[in-house]
Write a protein of this length. Structure first.
Length: 330
């Protein structure tokens, strides 16, 4: 009878000892640890991931003390991976059984800093190509149309781009269609392009240097076309000079145009005609001596301009002769 009682007691004790292990296996066990740097200092905000053999992954971040903790992990093999900016990613394998494993301590190594700087220099070889001359000034037809030139003096405006030190005593050299001349020979609308310093030291020209203006006129075409410009300036459209009592009654009119096309029925010969007419209506101030002197105090400037009489000039007209050019195209 006593022997039977001892067996029953041992069975009851065995069941009581297995009950906590069974409950822990069903709910899982925690996994904790701490992340430090090579000096032993904790690393906060590090990314910690736990990956099972089946491929499932759970992540968390370390707290301010560098600690992390995963709850409810079933028994099995896991890979713990820790990542943080500035450190080399570190991995550790751990096997979890039915009991709670001891806390892990993962030490990160500092990542090597690598910087790469690529320096690419420009080609420093001497380039003798005329088209690559960086000192050249080229004004196309569209640039000439928008050029702020007074009285359509495009050559005088383009001369401002010349180096004054390179002009010398002879001034600028004007070359029109490859021929050196003293006058441009055509009106503004007949100019196709103006070049400055295109090829300063070419043997093609008699005066090498950077004081040359090259003018290329409009080429002949197989169809007729032309351009007409009318410029009008009147004192009514001008502002009064702040130091003048009144505006001088002056007026300026410019008629200018060009016309080109084939000559006859031929396709190898073309012509270019350009003409310009300018009408100026200006005023001259004549200072006259009076018995009381040149500047009479009783006469106001608005009435007689200090005894200066506004004498309207005769309207002068300057008409450039029509210029005709015949080109033979080959």
């Amino acid at each position: 009878m006593a022997s039977m009682c001892r067996e029953r007691w041992s069975v009851v004790v065995s069941l009581l000892m297995l009950l906590p292990l069974t409950v822990a296996a069903q709910s899982g066990v925690p996994l904790s640890g701490i992340v430090t740097d090579p000096g032993g200092a904790v690393v906060p905000s590090a990314m910690v991931s736990v990956k099972t053999a089946a491929g499932t992954r759970r992540t968390c971040r370390t707290d301010e003390a560098g600690a992390f903790r995963f709850e409810g992990l079933p028994p099995g093999s896991y890979e713990v991976r820790v990542e943080h900016t500035g450190f080399v990613a570190s991995s550790a394998r751990v096997r979890i059984g039915n009991g709670t494993p001891r806390p892990l301590e993962i030490r990160l190594r500092i990542a090597a800093v690598r910087e790469e700087i690529t320096v690419q220099g420009a080609d420093l070889r001497v380039n003798s190509a005329v088209s690559d001359n960086l000192n050249v000034v080229v004004m196309k037809r569209s640039d000439l149309a928008n050029l702020p030139a007074l009285g359509q003096d495009v050559i005088g405006t383009a001369a401002r781009f010349l180096d004054s030190a390179s002009l010398g005593t002879g001034g600028a050299t004007l070359v029109v269609d490859g021929m050196e001349t003293s006058e441009k020979g055509v009106t503004a609308s007949a100019i196709q392009e103006i070049r400055i310093n295109q090829n300063p030291y070419s043997a093609e020209f008699g005066r090498p240097g950077r004081g040359r203006i090259e003018v290329i006129t409009s080429p002949g075409a197989s169809a007729y076309h032309g351009t007409f410009n009318f410029l009008f300036r009147d004192f009514r459209l001008d502002a009064r000079n702040a130091f003048a009592a009144s505006k001088p009654e002056e007026q300026r009119q410019i008629y200018e145009g060009s016309f080109t096309g084939p000559l006859g029925n031929g396709k190898r010969t073309s012509f270019l005609i350009s003409a310009r007419h300018e009408r100026l209506d200006l005023l001259s101030i004549i200072f006259a001596w009076t018995p009381r002197g040149r500047d009479a105090p009783e006469l106001s400037p608005s009435r007689a301009q200090h005894r200066g009489v506004h004498a309207p000039e005769q309207a002068t007209e300057r008409q450039e002769p029509a210029l005709a050019e015949i080109r033979v195209r080959r």
